[in-house]
Design a protein around this ligand. Sequence first.
Ligand code: ADP
Length: 615
Amino acid sequence: MSTEKQTHGFQAEVSRLLHLMIHSLYSNREIFLRELISNASDACDKLRFAALDQPELMADDSEPRITLRIDKQAGTLTIADNGIGMDEGEVIENLGTIARSGTEQFLASLSGDKKKDAQLIGQFGVGFYSAFIVADKVTVESRKAGSDQAVRWESDGQGEFSVETIERTERGTAVILHLRDDAKTFLDPFKVRQVVHQYSDHVAFPITLVSPAEEGKEEGEEKTETLNSATALWQRPRQEISDEEYQSFYKHISHDFQDALSWSHNKVEGKLEYTSLLYIPARAPFDLYHREANRGLKLYVQRVFIMDDAEQFLPQYLRFIKGVIDAPDLPLNVSRELLQDYGPVQKIRSALTKRVLQMLKKLGNDEEKYATFWSQFGQVLKEGIAEDRENQEAIAALLRFATSEKPDSVTTSLDDYLEHKPADQDKIYYLLADTPSAAQQSPHLEVFRKKGINVLLLSDPVDEWMVSYLDSYKDTKLVNAARGELDLETDSEKDNDHPLIQRLKDSLAEQVEAVRATGRLVDSPACLVLAEDQLGPQMRRMLEAAGQPVPENKPVLEVNLEHELLKSLEAVEEGDRFNDLAALLLDQAMLAEGQLPKDPAATARRMHQLFARAL
Ligand code: ADP
């Protein structure tokens, strides 16, 4: 039974991606071969997995392999596998759409600047569509394992593709690249060999190259050679694997085309045997914050591929780790549900978590690499402070902060902080703000600067939530510099019985919880302080955005009685003018926090009046 040829349009995102890919990846174009070989290798993995339950799928062809074929006359390079194959529906779905959520926004963020876009496309992972970097027409023929129907997909990458059913004796998929004139170099066996060596040597299935016979041989004769050793890289002893091999294996499993920052390869023996090879990427994928996105941990059991996103083996906050776990003692028919509460998996997870934290600690010795890591994944790692109490201290040691002493570099660790603090300082101080500059400018820092005490400046949206889980580090308490009463000794006695305090209290009774004389300020007239049990502004906004009820919050106003402004205010008589000035004092304290006064129009009116008098 065969259907007529049908034409379909690519999903708009695919057309966009194709266009960008062809233009921005040209100088990296040989990666197409790695991507197509990776897909072929995945297809072989998937067949082996499916055959665990249905051995008949293998039929009489049970040795998975990948075949590259050069046809000089036709100008084609074919990448074929005898893996799982695709039926018509899968071909249309897999090679015509992109199903990852967030794709549209991601593509909208691309700039049209080749260099920048090439970097960004790496975040996306290039995949099958990279074929069009070198081919002006791509033909895919596929027969799904267990089916006797085959399908041909064809496209010039210009917005449409055609699909028809065909006869095909071989199981699996062949991707036939009709090479562009400027990509004919991939018809040269020498070039193909070199690219496979460089990018795909470690693929666990044999890669065979079939090319026309060399000169002097008979016309029509072909040469067949195997290009790789076809052993799973992670099964080989560490000392035999070069850095280049580790990096190229990373790219094979991650579809990234930038090197990984670091990796850790371990074979654990004893009661519970397993091998792990884990990588830290240098760049976050665009969908790091999409819950349903695929993660990059592949699970193998007895070298048989089981699944692509074995998320049970690492906690959520380490979801950026890519790699392979081979656990030969797990049952081959292990399912996601079983993994969830399976004792041995929990043990491996706990060991792998510690291993990754160790690896990150080590990476911390390389300042430049660690800065890259921190800028890409620091926010995600912070989730671990709340999620993983058992490893909290190890995670906390990996955090990096800007500080009041070094506001422009996010490089200070808690250990650095403790090491450099004055001996008699018994707390770790931090300040929360919406932006780094708001933190740096905050009046709350005045007393700390005066006393030479460093303060951690936190301005990530997750920070308030994170520190609410981090009471102390190495037995030193963490204290919010803007909360409660500071017990830093002050030079002047705090005079809370001062008549001006009482007058301000009366005037601002509706807006504030209390008015106090401050020990925090040096140059500023007033600031806001959170009571011990109050939510900070970041948390309030987070809860409000999530539609949660948030209790009414009245701040505490602390005033600097030594300040000119307060001294002058003392001389103003009771009445509207005093009330307006008191209200302005509160408003400017809110502004300094990056908050909007409760009634901005009234603030503006009061300021106009003040201007009018002053001018
Ligand atoms: P990715 O591999 O990242 O999912 P690709 O664009 O490379 O994205 O491929 C899309 C899908 O097409 C794959 O997930 C797979 O299901 C299917 N596919 C691609 N190549 C093959 C192949 N050689 N054999 C079987 N399926 C394939």
